[in-house]
Design a protein around this ligand. Structure first.
Ligand SMILES: Nc1ncnc2c1ncn2[C@@H]1O[C@H](COP(=O)(O)OP(=O)(O)OP(=O)(O)O)[C@@H](O)[C@H]1O
Length: 301
């Protein structure tokens, strides 16, 4: 637990150290499980991983490809694949060891406390449902937390409903048809939700949130879809946000935008962030501390 910050908001981070860690990973070991896990296959994929993350920090976890960064992230969110499992160690979230949790408690944690953004999350957006319909579903799932988050965001502007312009071309005709299906399926928001969704979308950098709400993911760029996903994840008001390689496959300008956005979101949503990345230059600019794993899946001393 003794790591010190190297950059960042020094006073605030000093205060954070006086609190207990939000996340504390202790002697974590992950192995393959199941019938194939014998001989060299039974060698731990990572071992003796130890680190803490204090409230309000941005901590970066880096290391060579295959050292176990993503496995660590998935273990913290209770989302390891069935073929791998935690074989030793503890993961304390807010002081409680979460490894023994059963699936229902993990789901509750993921709904309200820990959000994991991975590259594959992008495929989680349904291309033929509007952003509005999908974010509304997310809010419905997250139930009562909406009110808390809304309060934290302050009074959002009432959002005028978007009126689609006259459709032209195949994509536009497709959108018209999908709009009709969405309407029939009742994918509408109530006024409070609409303004909340607009304020969320503004927070992740959209100047015209009403337009985004009425869009289909197939009409948005990869970077825009990533920000819509961010909004969906933040809608439940998580405390710990884990971003696994959020800047991979982005050019320098977009990479800088995502990093700046993470810094801003930490302030706006009071987030603690675990950032997994190869991009040493980028992470050294925004992380309070950088933790390094060795190729063998241990923590660099
Ligand atoms: N579901 C799985 N089943 C078996 N082995 C796995 C599984 N997921 C990951 N591994 C193995 O665990 C090791 C660590 O993988 P992990 O994806 O955590 O690495 P990483 O550090 O995130 O790599 P990269 O930076 O390339 O994404 C690798 O050897 C990988 O092959």
């Amino acid at each position: 637990m003794g790591e010190r910050p190297v950059t960042g908001r020094k006073d605030t981070i000093e205060q954070a150290y006086m609190q207990k860690p939000l996340l504390h990973v202790e002697h974590l070991e992950i192995c393959r499980t199941g019938v194939r896990a014998s001989g060299s296959e039974s060698k731990p994929l990572l071992r003796d991983v130890n680190f803490s993350v204090y409230p309000g920090e941005i901590v970066a976890l880096t290391g060579p490809s295959g050292c176990g960064k993503s496995l660590t992230a998935h273990a913290i969110a209770g989302m390891l694949d069935p073929g791998v499992g935690v074989t030793q160690g503890c993961i304390y979230y807010n002081g409680e060891d979460i490894i023994p949790f059963h699936e229902q408690r993990w789901q509750r944690l993921r709904r309200g406390e820990i959000a994991l953004l991975i590259q594959q999350s992008l495929s989680g957006l349904n291309p033929i449902r509007t952003v509005r319909a999908q974010l509304t579903d997310t809010l419905r799932l997250n139930g009562g937390r909406l009110m808390r988050a809304q309060k934290e965001l302050g009074q959002a502007d009432a959002a005028p409903s978007h009126t689609a312009s006259q459709p032209q071309g195949v994509l536009s005709r497709m959108r018209l048809m999908l709009n009709r299906v969405t309407e029939l399926a009742g994918g509408r928001t109530i006024p409070g939700q609409e303004s909340y969704l607009c304020s969320l979308l503004r927070k992740v950098g959209f100047a015209d949130p009403e337009h985004i709400l009425s869009s289909y993911p197939f009409e948005l760029s990869g970077g825009m879809c990533q920000r819509v996903l961010l909004a969906a994840m933040l809608s439940s008001g998580p405390r710990l946000f884990i971003a696994d390689e959020p800047t991979t496959a982005l050019d320098v300008i977009n990479r800088d935008k995502v990093l700046a956005l993470l810094l801003q979101l930490r302030e706006d949503f009071d987030l603690t962030i675990l950032l997994i990345s190869h991009d040493r230059q980028g992470i050294s600019r925004i992380a309070d501390r950088v933790l390094e794993m060795t190729p063998e899946g241990r923590m660099q001393p």
